[in-house]
Write a protein of this length. Structure first.
Length: 246
């Protein structure tokens, strides 16, 4: 399974973790003799494993599905190698593994960003302010789970439409605190915090494009009302009565 003189992908069974006739499958990426091994979270029968083709010889539905999965893994690892090579980046087996697993900086997720922010802002932001970021995180997680049907999203997938859809979700969904429903300014505060998180990602070079570039926060201004003369007189009379009663 060699694709070049210095790069190879090899599937193998980890017999040290064998249970009965089943053993877990690993992928090994080798560049210039240096290896990185990846657990594929799959296992197969040792009896039907072909050490030459690096696939199972089982003709069952499960066996065919496993071979298709291995083909997909091979193609993805090869694509990771091509991406790093075409980007004039340092290409190592560990970097290919990181990209395959979505752990390199080009594959940071929204939850990665939130976690990074909250961990690094502890002791920097006031406890009350940091608590508000945790609340925003809860809304984001709930939105991603309920509307996107997933647990996380890559930062590079964030777009203007994501911002708009998240805004509408906040406006229409139940508040986390049933006693305090979200009004317009509450929605804007969550989006303002998300915008600050995105700005951090841009500074960290985890993102290339700013999904907030064309979005404007729209806070409603509340006019302060002044007390009338009658209302002031009532307060004054009440204070005088309280003093006399002391």
């Amino acid at each position: 399974m060699h694709t070049s003189r210095t790069f190879s992908i090899h599937f193998w069974l980890n017999l040290a973790k064998k249970k009965g006739d089943l053993a877990p499958i690993y992928a090994r990426v080798t560049i210039d003799g240096k290896r990185a091994e990846i657990s594929l979270k799959r296992e197969t029968s040792v009896t039907y494993w072909d050490t030459k083709s690096k696939k199972t010889t089982s003709r069952t539905i499960e066996g065919k599905a496993l071979n298709q999965y291995l083909d997909q893994v091979y193609a993805k690892l090869l694509e990771c190698y091509k991406q790093l090579s075409s980007g004039f980046e340092l290409v190592t087996s560990k970097r290919i593994k990181a990209r395959f697993l979505g752990q390199d900086e080009n594959h940071k997720t929204l939850i990665d960003l939130v976690t990074y922010h909250n961990e690094n802002m502890t002791g920097v932001l006031k406890p009350g302010t940091l608590k508000n970021y945790y609340t925003t995180e809860h809304y984001l997680v709930r939105y991603i789970n309920q509307k996107l049907k997933t647990n996380d999203i890559y930062l590079k997938q964030l777009s203007y439409s994501f911002i708009i859809d998240f805004e509408q979700y906040l406006r229409k969904s139940p508040s986390l605190n049933s006693a305090i429903p979200l009004n317009n300014n509450g929605v804007m505060k969550h989006l303002e915090r998300l915008k600050k998180l995105i700005n951090m990602a841009l500074d960290l070079e985890w993102m290339d494009k700013n999904p907030f570039a064309r979005y404007k926060l729209k806070f409603h201004k509340h006019q302060k009302s002044f007390l009338s003369k009658d209302e002031l007189q009532i307060i004054e009379d009440t204070l005088k009565k309280c003093i006399l009663d002391l």
